[in-house]
Design a protein around this ligand. Structure first.
Ligand code: ZN
Length: 206
């Protein structure tokens, strides 16, 4: 589940409960350390109560990932889009500092927002200590790549996103031989066609 933050927490909690009640494996939670406030407000994105819930989930088997720093860059939601690798690694380092300051358990890995990032940033992310980097077509580890396409909700509200989300069950069938991962975006799951499509996708996973 992408975009886990205090902003999206209600929808996240609902889907965590739903997936658990369906007997699906524990979701990987992709947490944005400063979704609120941005770089100027230190610690704003990881308030104590939120951190406590994340720790509880982690201790019951939910892997925690760092999902960008603010999820917001010069070109909108795709924080690292068009950014040079040095700046990407610097922002990932700051995200990790926030994470450690909040005393969260060691992250399982890193996922760039919208999966957009210059590939030249990968070695720098590994040097920071991230053992996994989640990308659209697989998970990178130092020296290796596990290929697995991501089946994802669009992450928006426009007509294209609605159309895309309606095709999710079809995409699921199409990608089945490639062992796809399913990416949930909590903002999309509160109501409407994306939610109905994801319910269908979840049904095919049971
Ligand atoms: Zn995201």
């Amino acid at each position: 589940m992408h975009d886990v933050s205090p902003y999206t927490w209600d929808a996240c909690a609902e889907w965590i409960d739903l997936c658990a009640s369906l007997g699906l494996p524990q979701l990987d939670l992709f947490v944005i350390p400063r979704h609120e406030g941005g770089p100027s407000e230190k610690g704003a994105g990881l308030p104590v109560e939120f951190v406590r819930r994340l720790r509880e989930l982690h201790s019951s088997g939910y892997p925690l990932w760092i999902h960008g720093w603010t999820h917001n860059g010069p070109r909108g939601d795709a924080e690292f889009s068009g950014m040079d690798p040095v700046r990407v690694v610097d922002r990932a380092r700051r995200a990790l500092l926030d994470w450690k300051e909040a005393e969260l358990p060691e992250p399982h890995g890193f996922c760039p927002p919208c999966w957009k990032m210059p590939s030249a940033a990968l070695p720098g992310l590994f040097k920071l200590g991230f053992r996994h980097v989640d990308l659209r077509f697989g998970v990178a580890r130092p020296g290796t790549m596990e290929w697995s396409p991501a089946l994802s909700t669009w992450g928006g509200r426009g007509p294209f996103s609605r159309l895309w989300d309606r095709t999710l069950p079809f995409q699921k069938r199409l990608l089945a031989p490639f062992r796809p991962r399913v990416a949930l975006h909590p903002q999309d799951l509160m109501a409407g066609p994306a939610r109905r499509s994801m319910e269908k996708v979840l049904a095919t996973l049971l």
